[in-house]
Ligand binder design. Structure first.
Ligand SMILES: [Zn+2]
Length: 111
């Protein structure tokens, strides 16, 4: 048994908030329903990665879009303030591209 993929949960967040437009949105719904990307065709995987990496590029300055191998998840974005890779569970809710640790530091500064 594999643990449920955190990337699939992240797709679920994008789907329920309707962040993915066009074919990527429908394909993401299928992945979320299946619980994995294993049922995708090569073209579906390509279209999904195009939608997801463009969302990541729009939300994380400096996110490098690169081609993703068939069946693979895209690389997680890096925090905008520290060198940490973001866990997928934090990506959707990241404020200004920051990881939860940096967000806490920032909020402390504001007190
Ligand atoms: Zn950080």
């Amino acid at each position: 048994m594999e643990d449920r993929d955190e990337f699939v949960d992240f797709l679920g967040q994008l789907v329920s908030s309707e962040q993915l437009e066009g074919p990527a949105g429908g394909i993401a719904k299928k992945v979320v329903a299946d619980g994995s990307m294993s049922g995708l065709t090569r073209n579906q995987h390509y279209a999904l990665m195009a939608g997801v990496t463009s969302w990541l590029g729009g939300n994380f300055a400096g996110y490098k879009t690169r081609s993703v191998e068939f069946g693979e998840s895209p690389p997680a974005p890096t925090c905008s303030e520290c060198p940490n890779e973001m866990p997928w569970s934090e990506v959707f809710l990241a404020e200004n591209g920051r990881c939860s640790w940096c967000q806490n530091v920032h909020h402390k500064d504001e007190d």
